[in-house]
Design a protein around this ligand. Sequence first.
Ligand SMILES: Nc1ncnc2c1ncn2[C@@H]1O[C@H](COP(=O)(O)OP(=O)(O)OP(=O)(O)O)[C@@H](O)[C@H]1O
Length: 548
Amino acid sequence: MNLYDKRGRLLIVFTLLLGGISAVLSAFISIILQKVIDSAARNDMDSFSKLILATLIYLAILGTMGFLEAYCGKLMIKNVTKALRDKVFLGVMKRSPREFSSQNTADYLSALINDVKLVEENHLIPLLLCTQMGVLFLTTLGILLYLSPLVTAVLFLFLMLMFMLPALLGKKIQKKQDAYSEKLAEFTAKSKDFFNGFEVIRGYSMRPYILKKFTRINRDTADRKMAADTLLAVNECFSDILSAVSVLVIVFVSSYLMMKGRITAGTLLALIQLSGTFVTPVVMLMQNIPKITGIRPVLKHLEAYSHTQEDVPDEEEPSCGPALLKAGITCTDVTFGYVPEQNVLQDISLTIAPGTKCALLGESGGGKTTLIKLLTGYYDDFAGDIRYDGIPIGKLSQDKLNRMAAVIHQNIFLFDTDIYNNICLGETFSKEQLDDAVKASGISRFLPGLEKGLHTAVGENGQNLSGGQRQRIAVARALIRSTPLLIMDEGTSAIDRQTAHEIEEDLLRQENLTVLTITHHMDETLMDCYDRIYYLKDGRISCTQMGV
Ligand SMILES: Nc1ncnc2c1ncn2[C@@H]1O[C@H](COP(=O)(O)OP(=O)(O)OP(=O)(O)O)[C@@H](O)[C@H]1O
């Protein structure tokens, strides 16, 4: 996957350039060392004092370059990880409902948090390091050749050995990293499930059972990480041994050359110092190249979730203002199934005229929710025809559909913010619109009891509020937008009869509002408020016209 955009590429080139300059500068310390020792051996005070000045300038440049390189590196990591999280989040948000629900939400979380972290640790940081080390290696090689071709040849021999190892271990490390990333996603999914099920775990004394399950998945995850880390440790250990051996070999060979009078004491020290700077890059490259190649499966995983500008044209900004329902909604011969050859709905035809109140009854599993999903554009692979004001549903944008119909779901979702934000959902409304919605939805009935009024925090998923209060907030969301059709999908099932009755009655009283209530059992006292009652059985629909 493409991690860098145009600006990102420029930044990485600049950072790598700075890294290269820093590496070249740090290799030159050996030359300073050689000159200082040799001028001291010659008792050359003039060149010695010039060298002090040159060293001070050298240190100032080295420090500045080092800072700039570190700063740009961090900026690059920040930009890439931020862009990656943006792409993954947008990609997941743009999924169709079918695609979205095909994956556990914890997998999305894991991609967003764990995988992005892995990219930072096992791709970006090693990449910067490898480039710097590559330049350091080449510069050191140049200086070494200048000082002693023989010593360089000996070092090269060891180098060949050191480079063989990452090539051998690379593929294995890649496999282990992949297995770890997979387990980490499972670990996140399970932990999320356990936290979500806190009430059930507590209520059914499941703690020992859950603890056992958690311990097992925690251990498996840690084991997978350990398996990857063990291979990395083997890699690191071999490279450390080879590094120590090559430094010792240099010490012996160059000492021998000095004894033979072929090099000066300054060159000897410079060679020993260089052997360190020559081996370090090789060790670093050995340790980091497998990490970079091992990240490929994680990048593939992230790519599968990511949205790129080229994918799909970006959504238009939501249009403002209420939509109108003039001719109503018609369904003609609609047939749909989740699985081929197993239709949940069969030849459904119905009409919902503007301002009418309709009820859709049926046994559990009869297809009521499925029909609502088709009416609100959730699935589009149905046979038959659904029209809003004569326009086929497929021709309406999701935004337009959202402005025409709002659903009060069985489980109301509230964001972890206050009541006001849960009604407005990021849009701006006038005080009058807000007051009207608060009154019509019945929120005004419980508002005086809340110290902070509309700015009362609802808690995670609305846990600070009662079921009825949550329902009323969901109703207010639709009313404030003057959404012409309001669909209650068992919207009152989670609350007591009295509250359910009150909410339903409040809605049925709204003259211009078109209401479709989905329920198992009709509230007998409200029966007369409905214009039509549809009944869904075995995927087929029948209709009773009221007041005829
Ligand atoms: N996402 C899905 N994938 C596969 N089958 C599904 C899916 N959603 C629902 N079904 C199946 O479709 C059938 C109708 O389900 P639906 O939720 O529409 O019924 P319902 O009438 O709303 O039920 P209830 O009153 O219990 O909520 C059921 O057999 C159900 O198992």
